[in-house]
Ligand binder design. Structure first.
Ligand code: SGN
Ligand code: CA
Length: 512
């Protein structure tokens, strides 16, 4: 009896050793749903005052909501390069939106592939070089278009009729249904263009919020007093920097010269609509535009109108993202895949929804430093749980590799937050976070670096050698820098030390 048991155990052990790791089907699948510029303030699971996102909320309700997920460099291509590599911009080579990602370097999809995962990426990519480490890819060239978008594939480019958010989901579902190898685990990145600027709502959502007033943020009329000079010098104010044809959907006058940038942007958006799409677009916007032009608004009233026009279009594009998250979740339910699939929802960075009078991102101030992060993992993550530790897009690859049972390479700077997903924060988890924004160009945000702790934030605009210090507990809106205040001298000195220490540990080169 005993020897039979022993034999069984030995055979079982031998078998489990003999089965290659990649053939074990219990490893979780991963669906990484990513959007572009989706602020946590516009997700009801984060307490949004301005919209409802029932499908995205479902991921939070059945999973974990991270309240302090931060990006290392709040802009598109850099954030995506961080996510591919688990390394800060100064090591992965993508400091700003102009640089080309070196796809020959180590990335987490490649490591998953080597471990037997089937990998795919669909939608916004923005790293310029061709995706590497993916069995299937179909990505938007550059920023991509909202309507009738082109998508790049290894053999060239295809034009798809319809609305980009629906198309990205269609392609994701098509791959899952028809091209995936059911005997292997998969990792698919389904990455939306929405709600990126241009803010062109889908055909079914063009009149959502009509007749409603969306609440304004407290700092819509920020005067940038008590801040360093960059806050005043930026070019991302709703009042001053929105483009009529592009951002506000006001048709350029018939005699507008051809080289007018407003007209060019208008044509790049509205100009792509086919006749049928144009009809419903015009029916939605023309009556509202006529009423606006007749009202002759000025001053704060005009800013308020622009805010309403902007925020409604932004939220309309999110409504389509939410619908499409619902489609993906339903597919997982219907196929039984939900049980063994990790679903992540996140965005490449946060966004200003009128806070400080702004749209766009880039700053180390909260709304763009933080990004939404929701994770559902049945059997591992407790439903409806929350986490407040400082996690980052830097940690995404280490976390996904760890979840897949793949070793995390030592040269990745991020760290797995799988322990937090299980409800336990390691005692030595980071208590401070290093941030660095580099780009010089559109929106004129001065390059800066800084350190964020649970309570404080120190920012250095190194080109003009100006500093800001915020106490987030007493000043959550970051409207009063207390850098240099005697009562904060100790805190300030400690943060300066912390910043130096982090830069050393993270191998940040000296600023030239
Ligand atoms: C475009 C937008 C900018 C935006 C950048 C970067 N202008 O240039 O407003 O900051 O993208 O965005 S637009 O006129 O083309 O809409 S990012 O998300 O790709 O970093
Ligand atoms: Ca972005």
């Amino acid at each position: 009896m005993r020897s039979a048991w022993t034999r069984t155990i030995v055979v079982t052990l031998l078998l489990s050793v003999a089965i290659p790791v990649w053939a074990q089907t219990s490893r979780p699948n991963i669906i990484f749903i990513f959007s572009d510029d989706h602020a946590y303030q516009a997700i009801s699971a984060y307490g949004s005052r301005i919209n409802h996102t029932p499908n995205i909320d479902r991921i939070a309700r059945e999973g974990m909501r991270f309240e302090n997920a931060m990006v290392t460099n709040s802009i598109c291509a850099p954030s995506r390069a961080v996510i591919q590599t688990g390394k800060y911009s100064h090591l992965n080579g993508v400091l700003d939106n102009m640089q080309v990602f070196d796809g020959s370097q180590q990335t987490f999809p490649k490591l998953l592939q080597q471990a037997g995962y089937q990998t795919a990426v669909v939608g916004k990519w923005h790293l310029k070089s061709e995706p590497t480490g993916f069995d299937y890819w179909e990505v938007l060239p550059g920023q991509g278009a909202y309507y009738n978008p082109d998508l790049r594939v290894p053999a060239g480019q295809n034009r798809h009729a319809g609305y980009v958010t629906d198309i990205i989901t269609d392609l994701t579902l098509n791959w899952l249904e028809h091209e995936r190898d059911p005997d292997r685990p998969f990792m698919v990145m389904s990455q939306h263009k929405a709600p990126h600027r241009g803010w062109m709502p889908g055909p079914e959502r063009l009149t959502l919020y009509d007749g409603m007033m969306i609440p304004e943020p407290d700092t819509l009329f920020d005067d940038y007093a008590n801040r360093a000079s960059p806050a005043r010098l930026q070019e991302m104010e709703i009042g001053r920097h929105m483009i009529d044809g592009h951002d506000l959907k006001l048709k350029p006058a018939p005699n507008t010269p051809e080289d007018n940038p407003d007209l060019r942007l208008w044509l790049a958006g509205y100009g792509r609509l086919d006749e049928g799409q144009r009809r419903i677009w015009d029916a939605a916007y023309e009556p509202k535009n006529a009423a606006f032009l007749a009202a002759g608004l000025e001053g704060r009233a005009l800013v308020r109108w622009k805010y309403q026009r902007y925020i409604k279009d932004y939220l309309r594009t999110i409504a389509s993202v939410d619908d499409n998250v619902g489609r993906l979740l339903r597919y997982l339910d219907e196929t039984g895949l939900a049980e063994n699939t990790i679903v992540v929802y996140s965005s490449d960075q946060g966004f200003y929804l009128g806070e400080h009078g702004w749209f766009d991102k880039r700053w180390m101030y909260e709304e763009s430093l933080k990004t939404p992060l929701l994770v559902r993992w049945p059997g591992v993550v407790a439903a409806g749980s929350t986490n407040t530790d400082m996690v980052s897009n830097l940690d995404f690859p280490a976390t996904l590799l760890n979840a897949a049972g793949v070793d995390v390479p030592h040269d990745m700077q991020g760290r797995s937050f799988v322990p937090m997903l299980r409800g336990e924060t390691p005692a030595d988890w980071r208590k401070s976070f290093y941030y660095h924004y580099y780009e010089k160009g559109i929106h004129n945000v001065a390059p800066h670096e800084g350190v964020r702790t649970e309570r404080h934030k120190l920012i250095h605009y190194y080109e003009t050698d100006e500093w800001e210090l915020f106490d987030l507990e007493v000043d959550p809106n970051e409207i009063r820098s207390i850098y240099g205040a005697a009562s904060y001298a100790e805190t300030q000195a400690a943060l300066l030390d912390e910043l130096e220490g982090l830069k050393k540990a993270l191998q940040v080169p000296d600023i030239p």
